[in-house]
Design a protein around this ligand. Structure first.
Ligand code: HAM
Length: 420
């Protein structure tokens, strides 16, 4: 038997209400903040991600689904959205249409990571990108939107972590200071961190190995070496968060796994989902548009993992969506009337009700069982003595009320059901 590929999941009909609920909350919050939806292709030229996210990142160096298509072009399934959104922004000159483009997305992503709880190879993100302004208020806006979405979902066990990576000049200076410090401890670093020492030194802060963490505990911090403009930018972000009642902590070791960040970075972590606790991450990227061939356009954004969020909701028991219901089940009491039952179902569906009927020539008892399974609010009986008198019987499944209607008076039946 062929099974779904490791790290991918089917979202079955019984899970769909949770997903739709989440998508609804997300779209409403983004609409309130005036973000417009954008949809970009599932695959892009590999060079976009290599240049956008950074060759030395884990995503680009070991996690991308990259392959040659039939015309020998190297393409990659999108591991994240920011690079694709920026490509679309440049390609369609969106900056000519609006001075600030506020965009949001909900989409599957692909990363060939080691599957474990909360980490998938196909997963879903929602996120937002604001292109065209360096205003620290927009950095804060991203964090506020993420936080408001989590709060609307009822999540409690949250920590907002923020940091500033400053601008490249101060960061490069700082890297030399960090290098000097780590040179003295180089032999004690793990193999992976020794590699990162050469390729992506800041990421050593991300190491989960005790051996590395011990050394990094006393490492000099970037935030202590930021230039004045960066510190001012960061202060404004913090003030805006305080004014909007967002509890946060500054985590000077928050470096993030993508290369495009400058200034603010942030993550929201949950205490309810185990080791993969980051529900969302993001930050400012003022150089990315230029690096991908566009103008000097600053940007800021974030993305959130929807599987992890739903897991947090499940563990905190926040979503009580109730069972799915249908309006009406039509029971045919007589095999000769199945055609009439079918036509009645079609007409009532066309008038906007959710309606089901029997397609298996089942007994009345079996049809009633099916109506119960589907949580039908009403059952309409077609057949028997009533039908000979030109009538059908509508039964309310939550009480004992039963009413007769003329068999062709579908409007009255529909009104009765709608009125309930
Ligand atoms: P990221 O931190 O790579 O950032 O991913 C954002 C979120 O996606 C994570 O916090 C996590 O919830 C979820 N996520 C990532 N990988 C997986 C996985 N394998 N399985 C399940 N969930 C996962 C970005 O993607 C940036 N594009 C965010 C951004 C937007 N920065 C600026 N704009």
């Amino acid at each position: 038997m062929i099974k779904a590929i490791t790290g991918t999941r089917d979202i079955l009909p019984s899970d769909i209400p949770k997903w739709k609920y989440l998508e609804n909350v997300v779209s409403n919050v983004f609409a309130n903040f005036n973000y417009k939806e954008i949809r970009t292709p599932v695959f892009e030229e590999t060079a976009l991600f290599a240049r956008g996210i950074g060759e030395a990142t884990d995503i680009v160096s070991k996690e991308m689904y990259t392959f040659l298509d039939r015309s020998e072009t190297s393409v990659t399934l999108k591991p994240e959205m920011t690079a694709g959104v920026v490509r679309a922004f440049i390609e369609h000159s969106l900056d000519k249409k609006l001075s600030i483009n506020k965009l949001y997305y909900i989409s599957p992503m692909f990363r060939q990571e080691r599957p474990q709880a909360g980490r998938f190879r196909q997963f879903h993100q929602f996120g937002a990108e604001a292109l065209g302004s360096n205003d620290p208020m927009l950095d804060a806006e991203m964090i506020i939107m993420a936080y408001d979405i989590f709060k609307q979902l009822g999540l409690k066990n949250l920590i907002v972590k923020i940091n500033s990576l400053g601008v490249p000049e101060s960061r490069e200076n700082y890297k030399l200071i960090l290098k000097k410090y780590l040179q003295n401890h180089f032999d004690q670093l793990t193999q992976e961190s020794k590699k990162r020492f050469e390729t992506n030194i800041l990421r050593i802060f991300d190491s989960k190995e005790e051996q590395d963490q011990k050394i990094m505990e006393n490492a000099p911090l970037l935030i202590e070496h930021l230039d004045n403009d960066s510190l001012e930018h960061f202060d404004k972000v913090k003030q805006a968060l305080l004014a909007s009642c967002i509890p946060f902590e500054v985590d000077p070791k928050l470096v993030r796994g993508l290369d495009y960040y400058s200034h603010t970075t942030f993550e929201v972590v949950s205490g309810s989902v185990g080791a993969q606790s980051s529900l969302c991450g993001g930050g400012r990227y003022n150089l990315l548009v230029k690096e991908l061939g566009g103008g000097d356009v600053p940007g800021v954004g974030f993305a959130a993992g929807m599987e992890r969020i739903l897991l947090a909701c499940e563990n905190e028991k926040t979503l009580n969506l109730g069972e799915e219901k249908i309006d009406l089940y039509i029971v045919s009491l007589d095999k000769n009337l199945t055609y009439f039952a079918f036509q009645t179902a079609i007409n009532m569906r066309r008038s906007g009700l959710s309606v089901e009927t029997d397609y298996l020539a089942r007994s009345v008892k079996a049809q009633m069982r099916e109506a119960n399974k589907l949580n039908a609010k009403y059952v309409l009986f077609i057949g028997g003595d009533e039908f000979l008198k030109g009538q059908v019987v509508l039964k309310n499944m939550t009480g004992s009320e039963q009413n007769n209607f003329a068999k062709d008076d579908l409007n009255k039946i529909t009104d009765k059901i709608r009125g309930s």
